[in-house]
Design a protein around this ligand. Structure first.
Ligand SMILES: [Zn+2]
Length: 338
């Protein structure tokens, strides 16, 4: 991320409390509870309507199934599931490598049907339940939260290059599950894990890539999984990323990605920056930008202005660098004027 999101208190963050409560206080206590079947009578009054007020296929039925399987589980399996609920929602600590997540693959080992039902429940929380009146009347809507979080800032905080829709658009950009819900149970509606980024970052590059694990030689006999640190999107600090650009031939309108080197340096956070590049294809995207017709036109504009005695680079350094792709124009002009 070139810039973090500012965490803002909003009712929608409490939707995760419902998930934590139902699992920690009811479902995972099933072996000790007298009730043989799960029902909304087992939960606090404030949560009853979230169970009874939504299509039974999304909340109630999967919870009935999960409860009945959990009732027969041993202490060790219950402990793993509790760890999944707690750890998988400590997004900041997971990014820093301070806590261990629990993956679906670990729940499949306990019970395959249980893993499937939890997946089904969690997927429906985000795809269906949270959009229903029972949820948005209690926690407000995703659209309102999106407008509250994004406001009128159009620049994608992941790449800094493309745009997101703002509160002045009638539509909104997608929210990326930073820790993909395909791998991480129980964080599907954790809004510290949901980030509004541009479609290029979200759909073309990131997709299901896991910020916490790099997979080498995927699908081959020598497949290797390496843990890595990731930048927390709601971090209180901005990474000081230095973009290094080097042209391997003279710059002209026919310049291609093969004619340049782009790298990123960040003191004390190189691992997070390398991971950001891996997740969002940043090097490829920035090379495409440096090779664009628009960047060449900008270069011609700068040449004309320079011939009239104007120092464009000095001017750029005194302007807002996140506007007008200036954070890319600065290394571009710095390299060309060296
Ligand atoms: Zn982006």
């Amino acid at each position: 991320m070139v810039r973090p999101f500012l965490y803002k208190n909003h009712e929608i963050h409490k939707a995760q409390s419902f998930v934590n409560y139902v699992f920690m206080e009811v479902i995972l206590k099933a072996p000790k509870l007298a009730d043989s079947i799960f029902s909304s009578n087992l939960v606090l009054d404030k949560y009853k309507n979230l169970i009874d007020g939504v299509n039974v296929n999304y909340i109630k039925n999967p919870l009935i199934e999960i409860y009945s399987i959990c009732k027969k589980l041993d202490k060790s399996s219950i402990k793993t599931l509790k760890k999944a609920v707690i750890n998988n929602n400590r997004i900041r600590e997971l990014c820093k490598g301070e806590v261990e997540p629990v993956l679906y693959s670990e729940i499949e080992i306990i019970d395959n049907t249980l893993a499937q039902q939890i997946k089904y429940f969690c997927d429906n929380l985000y795809d269906e339940s949270i959009k229903k009146a029972a949820f948005y009347n209690q926690f407000d809507s995703i659209d309102n939260y999106y407008n509250f979080l994004v406001g009128k800032s159009v620049t994608c905080r992941s790449c800094g290059r493309s745009t997101v829709l703002t509160k002045f658009n009638s539509h909104r950009s997608g929210l990326d599950h930073y820790l993909p819900r395909k791998h991480y149970p129980f964080s599907a509606i954790n809004f510290k894990n949901l980030i509004p980024i541009c479609d290029i970052c979200n759909e073309s590059y990131k997709n299901q890539k896991d910020p916490l694990i790099i997979v080498l030689n995927k699908g081959k006999s020598n497949e290797q999984k390496i843990k890595t640190k990731a930048y927390y999107p709601f971090s209180r600090f901005t990474l000081e990323i230095v973009i290094k650009l080097n042209f391997l031939k003279n710059y002209d309108s026919n310049i291609c990605p093969e004619d340049m080197e782009v790298s990123f340096e960040c003191v004390n956070h190189q691992e997070e920056v390398d991971n950001w590049d891996r997740l969002f294809g940043i090097e490829e995207n920035y090379k495409a930008e440096f090779c664009s017709d628009e960047m060449y036109s900008y270069y011609e504009e700068v040449l004309m202005a320079t011939s009239r005695g104007l120092d464009y680079l000095d001017l750029l350094k005194h302007q807002e660098k996140w506007a007008d792709k200036r954070f890319l124009k600065i290394p571009f002009l710095t390299t060309l004027s060296a």
